[in-house]
Design a binder for this molecule. Structure first.
Ligand code: SF4
Length: 180
């Protein structure tokens, strides 16, 4: 990739921890940033539309609702390389525990507990409809790479970004638990 690599990232059904792990690159982030153009990142800005011509899309989190599903398909159409970023995106992760319950049970629990204002009032017009289950991204679209881990280690993210900048295949270590 000769020019700056256009990178997009988004949080779906995740906790932002994968994004934080990216920030944990510290000085290494300064080394790679000049070669990147971040074209879409709602966690730092509020872009309205996913742009065309994305080189690398980093998708954090699984697919929980219809809006998530729409977004991952749009990223697949607009990005050359799609990466399932972290365990939630790759396998369902912690949000996947929601699959132990029906969506009706989850909604009732969230909106009808003792600590909820207006218990029993479900803001159905303000939130995207839930899918029946949390789905890992590879169950919805083809992904090019998985960066595993909860979150992936900063080194793993850095090595993937550097490899892609150099037009090489990312290689991942077998150590996928962040204990730094
Ligand atoms: Fe958060 Fe872990 Fe899921 Fe990343 S993989 S979004 S750190 S729970």
């Amino acid at each position: 990739m000769a020019d700056k690599v256009k990178v997009a990232m988004i949080q779906l059904c995740g906790c932002s921890g994968c994004h934080i792990s990216l920030l944990d690159l510290h000085d290494k982030l300064l080394e790679v940033l000049p070669n990147l153009e971040i074209v879409y990142a709602p966690i730092v800005a509020d872009p309205k539309e996913i742009p065309d011509g994305i080189d690398v899309a980093l998708l954090e989190g699984g697919v929980r609702n219809e809006h998530d599903e729409h977004l991952v398909h749009e990223f697949r159409e607009k990005a050359k390389i799609v990466i399932a970023w972290g365990t939630c995106a790759a396998y369902g992760g912690i949000p996947g525990l929601g699959n132990l319950y029906t969506k009706e049970e989850l909604i009732n629990r969230v909106y009808s507990t003792e600590s909820t204002d207006n218990p029993g009032t479900i803001p159905s017009e303000e939130i995207p409809p839930l899918e029946d289950y949390v789905k890992p991204i590879p169950d919805v679209i083809k992904v090019d790479y998985i960066i595993p881990g909860c979150p992936p280690t900063p080194d793993m993210i850095a090595s993937a970004i550097v490899a892609l900048l150099n037009g090489e295949e990312p290689k991942f270590s077998t150590k996928i638990v962040c204990d730094e």
